[in-house]
Design a protein around this ligand. Structure first.
Ligand code: UDP
Length: 237
């Protein structure tokens, strides 16, 4: 099923399959932060993130949001539709944390009355600078129509996820989405996991995401396992 490697990123490796319309996304245990300057590994991280991502993609599909997810081929490998990735990191923000508190006079923990949607150009070489629709169109990475659709989809995903995660005992300060084109449609791609979301425990306020690694806040594998226990309890049965 799995053929040659197509691409290896910081936390996932993408493989070709016999079907050119399908790829395999392998979630690895490796971790990086600060543009790859800080590196480590965490036991079972790939497994927990793959399972969390799978569950969230299935839930979004049930809610009418198309994603690239097809099925799981192993504990940490996902069969996905081959899409043309749009080079924009779309970040819905509900509570201020991370870069928005460093770049603007906005205090960490500020609850936004309406979600704040940030778009960054996905380019390590350029340091993922913030962009707007005019810059995206000028670079030729998306059309105005696509960006309008991406905004609408991102806000809908945010709405669904906030409610879903609230029931599991989490706050969702922010998260990163990527979108791809396939068959003339825009779909949610990449992953939605503890590596790409800020998740705060509702009762303790503790980070249960990659901030544990970024800021040495404790045992990352344990926290990801707890997130998995709440989102995919069936894998622990
Ligand atoms: N994020 C991500 N990949 C990136 C950059 C950000 O998944 O390359 C996620 C990050 O985990 C957080 C959200 O996007 O949930 C917002 O990140 P932010 O801009 O605050 O940057 P950071 O503080 O992580 O440097």
């Amino acid at each position: 099923m799995k053929k040659e490697q197509l691409y290896s990123g910081k936390a996932k490796t993408i493989y070709k399959t016999e079907d050119p319309e399908k790829l395999i996304s392998e979630f690895r245990d490796s971790l990086t932060a600060f543009d790859g300057k800080k590196k480590s590994e965490a036991k079972n991280k790939g497994y927990f993130n793959a399972q969390i991502s799978k569950k969230i993609f299935e839930m979004l599909e049930d809610e009418g949001i198309p994603t690239h997810y097809i099925s799981m081929v192993s504990d940490n490998e996902m069969l996905v539709r081959a899409v043309e990735i749009i080079l924009i990191e779309v970040i819905p923000r509900n509570i201020a944390a991370g870069s928005i508190t460093r770049k603007y006079p906005i205090k960490e923990g500020t609850v936004f009355k309406t979600p704040v949607l940030v778009m960054d150009y996905k380019s390590d070489e350029h340091g993922d600078p913030m962009i707007n629709e005019d810059i995206a169109v000028a670079m030729g990475i998306a059309t105005y129509e696509e960006i309008a659709q991406i905004r609408t989809m991102a806000l809908k995903v945010n709405d669904i996820l906030v409610k879903y995660l609230d029931k599991k005992g989490f706050l969702l300060p922010d998260f990163k989405l990527e979108f791809g084109r396939v068959d003339g449609k825009i779909v949610v791609a990449d992953e939605i996991s503890c590596d790409t979301c800020r998740l705060w425990d509702k009762s303790t306020g503790q980070s249960m995401d990659k901030d544990i690694f970024r800021f040495d806040k404790g045992d990352l594998s344990k926290a990801y396992e707890e997130v998995a226990r709440r989102i995919v309890p069936e894998i622990f049965e």
